[in-house]
Design a protein around this ligand. Structure first.
Ligand SMILES: *Cc1c(COP(=O)(O)O)cnc(C)c1O
Length: 334
């Protein structure tokens, strides 16, 4: 059944060989406090320590390395201003290609300069993400650039899946993997890798309560649009695409559960990561810890692996969260 899916264990093993030496095998460490609290061994995959500050470098690097020599010369393009944009800029430069990142005039200067610093050709167009995306389409059609989307792409999913292989190597008896979930590239890849090796392992997607597009789509049985709301887990925002071709069907087939977390729970996850594990993680990177602390996972019956997926958080906001000051994005019902 799994061979019918767009990305298989074999694709992920090939991706791992392809990106070997170009991305870090990030540390996997046991958490004494979470293990004690949960009554099962809990290990943390410190993927926020990856170059560019998130796992997105794995998928971007695999996608760039999968290009033909001609395509590599023409370059890659995307409209992401977040972790995918960072990763694609870095990966393209590292492989002797160039990334063009399109963004709207409303994107703050610090984000623009950061992506430029990573070697991208930044193109500022229009007043919205949609207009930036139109420019991406034009560059693909007229200049032959290759679009590398943030999640709905087989090479990207296979690259993210390499994280799953490293988790199984570090924790061969893992019973459940907690994966941050937005467009589902990370969850699809990790699930295909982990279940390919350990069919009994459970894969649980974690996302924020508000604006959870994959959860709404899984519930509806087809990709649906949701209203986007600001969240501490800003890297989990955005839709999955109404014409989703890869990640929706993979998440539907491979995820055992999706759990939604409140803003207060995500803040608690970030605080725990810093105070007890000495790690700075962004909201999206803290949802796994947040889920363990929330008690929403129910009974755990074996070793758990938690992916800390990113660290790109404004340090002023991080400090605010640590101090429990204010409620950055309003409070919720939890
Ligand atoms: C992109 C991202 C996610 C979600 O990944 P998807 O593949 O879109 O589900 C989670 N955490 C961080 C830090 C990210 O940058």
């Amino acid at each position: 059944m799994m061979t019918a899916l767009p990305v298989t264990l074999a694709d992920i093993e090939q991706a791992a060989a392809r990106i070997e030496g170009r991305v870090q095998h990030t540390p996997f460490v046991m958490s004494a406090t979470l293990s004690e609290r949960c009554g099962v061994p809990v290990g943390l995959k410190l993927e926020h320590q990856q170059a560019t500050g998130s796992f997105k470098l794995r998928g971007a690097t695999n996608a760039v390395l999968s290009l033909s020599p001609e395509e590599r010369v023409r370059g890659v393009v995307a409209a992401s201003t977040g972790n995918h944009g960072r990763a694609l800029a870095y990966a393209a430069k590292a492989e002797g290609s160039v990334a063009t990142i399109c963004m709207s005039r409303l994107v703050p200067d610090n984000k623009v300069s950061e992506i430029r610093r990573l070697g991208a050709d930044v193109r500022i167009v229009g007043r919205s993400q949609d207009e930036a995306q139109v420019e991406v389409g034009r560059l693909v059609a007229e200049d032959g650039l290759v679009m590398v989307p943030p999640f709905d792409n087989a090479a990207v999913v296979a690259g993210q899946g390499t994280l799953g292989l490293e988790i199984v190597a570090a924790m061969p008896d893992v019973a459940a993997v907690l994966v941050p979930l937005s467009g589902g590239g990370l969850a699809a890849g990790v699930a295909a890798a982990v279940k390919g090796r350990l069919p009994q392992a459970r894969i649980i997607g974690l996302t924020m309560e508000r604006g959870a597009a994959m959860k709404a789509s899984l519930d509806a049985g087809r990709p649906v649009q949701v209203e986007e709301v600001p969240s501490l887990a800003d890297s989990l925002g955005g839709g999955i695409g109404l014409d989703n071709a890869v990640t929706f069907q993979m998440c539907r087939a491979l995820l055992d559960d999706v759990i939604l977390l409140s803003e207060a729970e995500i803040a608690a996850g970030m605080r725990h990561a810093y105070t007890h594990e000495r790690e700075v993680v962004e909201g999206a990177g803290a949802v796994g810890i947040a889920a363990l602390l929330s008690g929403r996972l129910g009974r755990l019956d074996g070793p758990v692996a938690v992916i800390l997926s990113g660290r790109n958080v404004d340090m002023g906001l991080h400090r605010q969260v640590l101090n429990g000051e204010g409620k950055p994005f309003g409070e919720d019902a939890a």
